[in-house]
Design a protein around this ligand. Sequence first.
Ligand SMILES: [Zn+2]
Length: 301
Amino acid sequence: MINFTEIQDDGEIWEFFARDLLEEIGFQIISSPDRGADNGKDILVSEEIKGNLGKYKFTWLVSCKNFSKSNKSVNEKEETNILERMKSAGADGFLGIYSTIASSGLNRRLYELRNTKDIKDYKIFDQKIIESYLVKVGFSHLLMRYFPESYRRIKPIHLVAEEYIPLKCRECGKDLLEAWYTEPGRSIVVFVRRYDEERDLEIIEDIYWCCKGACDNKCQTIIERNGLLTGYEDIDALILPSYFLEWTISIMASIRAQEKKYSDKAFEQLKLFTLILSQRVLREMTEKEKESVQEIRNLPF
Ligand SMILES: [Zn+2]
């Protein structure tokens, strides 16, 4: 999904990216790569761990390796003197930020060090883990800054309102917008309909969204029990900008032609759905554009 070769070097830029990523996740940066930590390259970060009786500070020695060009895994020969580096930095755990993966040899070495209690813990953020962070809400600016081409292709979720609004499945509560990146083609928006014969009119009673399969079946059963009909659209199709626009216009047209009537509940849901989906369909605004929006909102009518 993300093309890690957009960062060409295995040096400063990758280290700055690693630092920014960890900061965004919530780690406290103790020493940045530019301040010359041990070996000149390792970063030291910390986090608070909650124990039963109090909070404890846990420090991680962060080792950054970008082998995306060769697409090779990071092996134990490239990750030398782990123990010495950790001791001189006074770190509790080892954290690898790799654009590829750790070799099985390196994984074994780290596992042994933890087993013998030489290190308290280790974690590897490999390409899959880094990717799963970058498509999350709040990380899109990092993706835009460090991987501009991938950003344009992936179109991560971004804020439209003050806060992110998840697209929660009516049945299981999963955020369908975020889940799309790992399991596309698995969600739908459902229009619950009733035909009013007297008025020759279709009434949309409700709109909801859910996972395909089991969640959909459960919701359907309840609706059919109430004698209502349903129609659905794939969310995969609706996140395509031109289709999203066509769909929105067709709803406006059907309301104007008085072919369909929306209940208050359905109309509220329709507005909410449009807002939530816009977090994916629209592009991210620049700071300047955000300011302009504020200015326009403040204009007197
Ligand atoms: Zn579900």
